[in-house]
Design a protein around this ligand. Structure first.
Ligand code: ARG
Ligand code: GLU
Length: 698
């Protein structure tokens, strides 16, 4: 039994050599430092994170709160993914200047394009504040009382922390509320677009290739941080200067081969590695499928419209990518969980956990957790799906419903207090303008007709599209003219608003509150489960779930076997682009210039030692959404690649990391340099970078 228990532990939570984990950069000394060394790293913990001298972390920026980016020159040049800069590239694009289609390259500083609202945040330092945050919290307290103390304490810690005037502080929860860390951050707000390849390179393979390997996507774009005269964060001004960073990453021209150490440094968004089996079953068997169906229904309309009109293509590019991305990921996740037998494995693990409780006399303390999970999830499943389906229809896929939802918020604000009117109205105007900037009524009506039957099958009324004022910006704004009372009257007479209001009311007064209440109980139990795991099975290694904070994950360059008799080599080449090339195809067309460069093998210093142009490579780094744009760093601290995706068989790693098949996908840094230099001719950018030969110097 003991051996069995140990084995199970080993399988499920064995995070030893190159087996996953997203680690807190300030805590690498000891365990991680040693393990990294055995994997081939020459870096010390202090090279990665140090608060006294500059370290790798000073080059890593949280890009607009959702992606990662890194500094690659002493003039604040920033590298991130094409898909991370996509909405900025789109916003500068028009039919005349189609930067999505043709790419964009600023040939001097003056041509770099400002982006309102875009920001990059760096981490100045990280401190463990668990003791201060949990002060006064007691086990026996009701959950809401605990949470209120925690949030009061967190605010106090944030306020009391010494920092510079231009810095911010925030406290974040780790290990499901078992540990708390404080982050001191610096946010830059003058971020300009420097360069982007055409979509046919930056998004080569589009949805067909998204989340899969072999991959041939040059998913990168470049920006630049501008700072004020003192090199500090500042709002956009034409007088701002390129930022002088504390650290920037040199770029290796020597590339990688199978077995090489890689470290990915970035801001993973959210993972759920410690779910009970019942939760994984709920998510993959019921929750995901219902959301997949709604997105699929929307995509059917949007995809067809984008193919038949360039104007619609530009308008809907960003939105389509967002909808399609998670849609496809959920499908892969479901397949992976099924194929790897993850639910059964998790149940076996739970048996081992239960046995450990018995062995360690912890049954009285923790024995009720697993049965309680079963009970709570049974009760939670239906409302979780209903709520999420509402979000999919009213906030993700259908824009008319989104506008009515936003208008409903205005009505609520006025009902709460008429003094809220001006501010709420300004918010709504901003939302309406944002939606109408890229709006097409015919597309939206088609989406409505397809998605609404999946949410409210007995209440589909497409005629609202002909009667409402919301489908036209001018008439929508006219609804908001006048005193609050008049505005409410006009709103409630609008066909779409009158139609949507009862559905939205049901959501805000019944569905969402019920969800919140049930979810709170699950969250509290998950906290207790985490505590119990660490107490009952202390031999296992636990890394905290991703929570949008800076993390280090490391591993090696490795291929994998997706199915019987098939092995994927870890490196792809430009040759594969040519193999996939379909002239005129919206996913697999290739710019003539790239074909020419391939034909003449004009690769400059960027080819590999065999004269081939490397393109993407795989690693065993444990990444998730938010790691897009993260640098892949070699054993010496140089940039070798840019993370942008995971492989199809391994997207389940957010719930179940399996070292056999979970791989992250990176673009080779040499391909990026090749595109910037040989394809785009933006040599001024190459000149400001530091290109190195770490392998040759040895
Ligand atoms: N799947 C990657 C990530 O989640 C890349 C998404 C962008 N690429 C695309 N073809 N939509 O976000
Ligand atoms: N493309 C994802 C992102 O935008 C990263 C891929 C993943 O989820 O691992 O962050």
């Amino acid at each position: 039994m003991k051996l069995l228990k140990f084995l199970l532990l080993f399988i499920t939570f064995n995070l030893s050599a190159q087996q996953g984990g997203m680690w807190i950069p300030s805590l690498l000394e000891g365990m991680n430092e040693d393990e990294m060394a055995t994997l081939g790293s020459k870096l010390t913990a202090k090279d990665i994170y140090d608060i006294n001298t500059s370290s790798l972390k000073d080059a890593i920026g949280h890009f607009n709160g959702g992606c990662t980016s890194e500094v690659i020159s002493d003039q604040g040049l920033i590298l991130t993914n094409h898909h991370c800069g996509f909405s900025q590239i789109q916003s500068h694009s028009s039919l005349e200047n189609d930067y999505l289609k043709d790419g964009f390259w600023a040939m001097n500083l003056e041509d770099e394009l400002p982006n309102e609202g875009l920001f990059i945040e760096f981490i100045v330092r990280i401190e463990d504040v668990t003791f201060q945050v949990l002060k006064g919290v007691e086990d026996a307290m009701p959950e809401n009382e605990k949470q209120s103390i925690i949030s009061k304490n967190s605010n106090a810690v944030e306020a009391a922390t010494t920092r510079e005037a231009w810095q911010n502080t925030k406290v974040k929860s780790f290990y499901k509320g078992n540990q708390y860390f404080l982050f001191v951050t610096e946010r830059f707000e003058d971020i300009r677009l420097v360069g982007a390849p055409p979509t046919s390179i930056g998004k080569f393979g589009s949805d067909t290739d998204n989340w899969v390997f072999p991959r041939h996507t040059g998913d990168f774009s470049m920006f630049r941080i501008y700072a004020d005269a003192n090199n500090r964060p500042a709002k956009y001004s034409k007088d701002n200067k390129p930022y002088k960073p504390k650290h920037f990453l040199p770029i290796s021209l020597d590339g990688v081969e199978e077995g090489d150490f890689t470290l990915v440094f970035g801001f993973p968004g959210r993972t759920n590695e410690y779910l009970p089996a019942v939760a994984i079953a709920h998510i993959t068997e019921d929750f995901n499928p219902s959301n997949i169906a709604i997105r699929e229904a929307a995509l059917k309309v949007i995809d067809a419209a984008m193919k038949s009109s360039d104007a619609v293509r530009i308008k809907y590019a960003s939105k389509q990518a967002r909808i399609a991305n998670a849609w496809k990921k959920w499908i892969g996740e479901n397949l992976g969980i099924k194929k790897s037998g993850a639910i059964a494995e998790r149940r076996k693990f739970e048996t081992a956990f239960t046995n450990a409780l018995i062995e360690k006399n912890l049954v009285a303390k923790y024995g009720a957790i697993l049965p309680e999970f079963d009970r709570l999830y049974n009760d939670f499943a239906a409302i979780n799906i209903k709520r999420r389906n509402f979000i999919e229809v009213f906030m993700v896929t259908n824009e008319l419903m989104q506008m009515t939802y936003r208008a409903f918020q205005l009505e609520q604000a006025i009902m709460a207090n008429p003094d809220n009117f001006e501010k709420a109205k300004a918010d709504l105007i901003g939302r309406l303008k944002g939606i109408h900037k890229n709006y097409d009524v015919a597309v939206d009506k088609g989406v409505y007709n397809n998605v609404m039957p999946l949410y409210a099958p007995n209440n589909v009324t497409a005629s609202i599209f002909e009667k409402t004022a919301f489908t036209d910006l001018k008439s929508a704004l006219a609804l908001l003219d006048g005193k609050p009372k008049e505005v409410l009257k006009k709103l409630n007479k609008d066909a779409a608003y009158a139609y949507a209001k009862p559905i939205i009311e049901a959501y805000t007064t019944k569905i969402d509150p019920e969800f919140q209440q049930k979810n709170e109980a699950i969250t509290a139990l998950q906290t207790k489960y985490m505590t119990a795991l660490m107490e009952a099975l202390p031999e296992a290694r636990y890394f905290p779930d991703a929570n949008g904070t800076l993390r280090v994950t490391y591993g090696q360059v490795r291929g994998y076997s997706p199915r019987d008799a098939v092995y994927y080599e870890p490196v792809s080449h430009l040759q594969g682009v040519i193999e996939k090339y379909v002239p005129g195809d919206y996913e697999f067309d290739v710019p003539q210039k790239l074909l020419d460069l391939y034909e003449t093998k004009d690769y400059g210093p960027y080819a590999d030692s065999k004269g081939k142009m490397p393109l993407c490579f795989l690693g065993t780094n444990h990444t998730t959404g938010g790691n897009s744009g993260s640098p892949a760093i070699d054993a010496n601290g140089n940039l070798v690649g840019l993370n942008f995706d995971r492989v199809w068989e391994g997207t389940m790693s957010d719930m179940n990391y399996d070292p056999e098949i979970c791989r992250n996908i990176m673009v080779d840094a040499r391909y990026i340099l090749f595109i910037v230099d040989k394809f785009a001719g933006a040599t001024r950018l190459i000149e400001e970078m530091t290109l190195v030969h770490p392998k040759k110097s040895k």
